[in-house]
Ligand binder design. Structure first.
Ligand code: EPU
Length: 336
């Protein structure tokens, strides 16, 4: 276990914000957690890949960075495997491991930044697949009771970019490992998302394999989303808002091209990227804080933006979108 004091967090968040923390521990095991919690006082903050995080100021916190590793197949049947993965494993590397072994179910979630332990917290999703579709269970360390607890799919209360770990259980659990249910041989290929099927047609791939789906998604993501190693960012900064049918019908009269996705008979989801683009912010910047030119949902740090600079930009966008559409955008990233 490594202990760093008064350390810059610049390399620990994909926005590349240069804020400091009091103490940071790199946690490799449950034993490390017990040592830290028995010898230090909180408040604690659990850090994964720092890819869904905006650090708005220096942090007077003890940061517990999840570096618990390991990928282990725990059961195998004719067409299904259960695999247990350490919470500190890199998500994309786990997807690549699965593809190499011909295990399916997570290929649509290729190239999502962050760690395996963080993946259930916001129920990561992309291109027609959400984590909860392959999630079996997780093991988590309760920071208050110092006990290990287990959560199955239902316990996690998954929703759109949402789980119990963003509500009642927020900040209280260190996710030590996650177990996934993946397919073997007979895969459920999901190319329902328009740009994925279009991409495969242009490549003349009529019967895609899971590797083809992953390749397509990696190319699509790279064309739209900035690489955090080049331009600091946290992926989608805002959630796609869910609004009432009544409001949507009123807006449709004023803005006939407004897109929407079905949610249920009373509500629709609107792409926040469209709202932001319509409000004029796409490609704009204030100092080093910007709204990305290829995908307005992504805010970027062109170099030396502080967390406060990004937050100011986000607040201006929220205000303008609200004025124009009476829809309040809510950040998807965690702001500390
Ligand atoms: N759009 C615009 N302008 C923009 C961006 C988007 O008009 O600048 C409109 C277009 O109508 C487009 C629609 O928004 O057709 C949807 O855009 P996109 O397919 O890029 O998806 P999204 O709704 O913007 C969501 C996720 C992404 C995920 C993609 C693909 C959220 C908050 N974001 O974005 O997740 O990769 O779908 O499934 O749900 C992330 O969470 O970090 C992330 C990148």
């Amino acid at each position: 276990m490594l202990r760093l004091e008064n350390h810059s967090l610049k390399d620990y968040n994909t926005f590349g914000i240069d804020a400091k923390c009091t103490i940071l521990y790199k946690i490799n095991s449950v034993a490390d957690l017990l040592t830290v919690l028995n010898t230090t006082n909180g408040p604690y903050f659990i850090l994964g890949g720092g890819s869904n995080l905006l650090i708005s100021k220096d942090q007077e916190l003890t940061i517990l960075k999840n570096e618990i590793r390991g990928i282990e197949i725990i059961s195998r049947s004719l067409n299904e495997i259960l695999v247990r993965v350490g919470g500190g494993e890199n998500w994309h590397q786990f997807v690549m491991w699965a593809l190499k072994n011909d295990f399916g179910g997570i290929e649509n979630l290729s190239l999502i930044p962050g760690t395996v332990g963080a993946s259930p917290i916001q129920n990561i999703g992309a291109y027609g697949v959400e984590l909860n579709q392959v999630f079996q269970s997780l093991e988590a360390f309760n920071l208050e009771t110092l006990q290990i607890e287990y959560f199955n799919n239902e316990d996690c209360q998954f929703g759109y970019r949402d789980s119990i770990f963003k509500h009642d259980k927020k900040g209280k659990y260190f996710i030590t490992n996650v177990t996934f249910r993946l397919t073997h041989h007979h895969h459920n290929i999901n190319i329902s998302y328009g740009p994925v099927s279009e991409y495969l047609i242009t490549k003349n791939i009529a019967i895609p394999k899971i590797q083809d789906v992953s390749d397509a998604i990696i190319d699509i993501r790279k064309s739209k989303l900035p690489d955090p190693d080049e331009i600091g960012n946290s992926g989608s900064f805002f959630k796609n808002p869910i609004i009432s049918i009544e409001l949507f019908q009123n807006l449709k009269v004023l803005f006939p091209s407004i897109p929407s996705y079905h949610v249920n008979e009373n509500e629709v989801k609107i792409p926040a990227g469209w709202l932001i683009e319509a409000s004029g912010w796409k490609g704009k910047r204030i100092g080093d804080a910007g709204c990305y030119k290829n995908q307005a949902l992504v805010l970027v740090n062109f170099g030396n933006a502080s967390g406060e600079d990004i937050l100011n930009l986000a607040n201006k966008i929220i205000a303008d979108v609200f004025e124009m559409f009476k829809i309040e955008l809510v950040p998807e990233v965690n702001i500390i």
